[in-house]
Write a protein that binds this ligand. Structure first.
Ligand code: SF4
Ligand code: SF4
Length: 67
């Protein structure tokens, strides 16, 4: 299992990471960062295969993957 870290303050709620994750690990949550964006969060971390697709797609470089 890999671990995903999302820097909530860098997230702009675009949803690309949610859309492109092949394992449906991520969701746009209901919590809001200081800029007013509902940020992405892992909902199903156990399913993460560490493919890094979410990190590559994020336009704000808000995601780090640790294996
Ligand atoms: S590393 Fe891959 S499987 Fe894990 S959350 Fe990102 S896109 Fe999904
Ligand atoms: S791709 Fe990046 S900016 Fe967009 S929702 Fe995901 S973490 Fe946030």
């Amino acid at each position: 299992m890999a671990r995903v870290e999302i820097r909530s303050e860098s997230c702009k709620s675009c949803g690309y990471c949610v859309k492109f994750c092949p394992k449906e690990v991520l969701v746009i949550g209901t919590r809001v960062n200081s800029k007013g964006y509902e940020y992405a969060e892992p909902q199903n971390m156990e399913a993460c295969v560490g493919c890094r697709m979410c990190a590559v797609m994020c336009p704000d470089a808000a995601i780090e993957i640790y294996k």
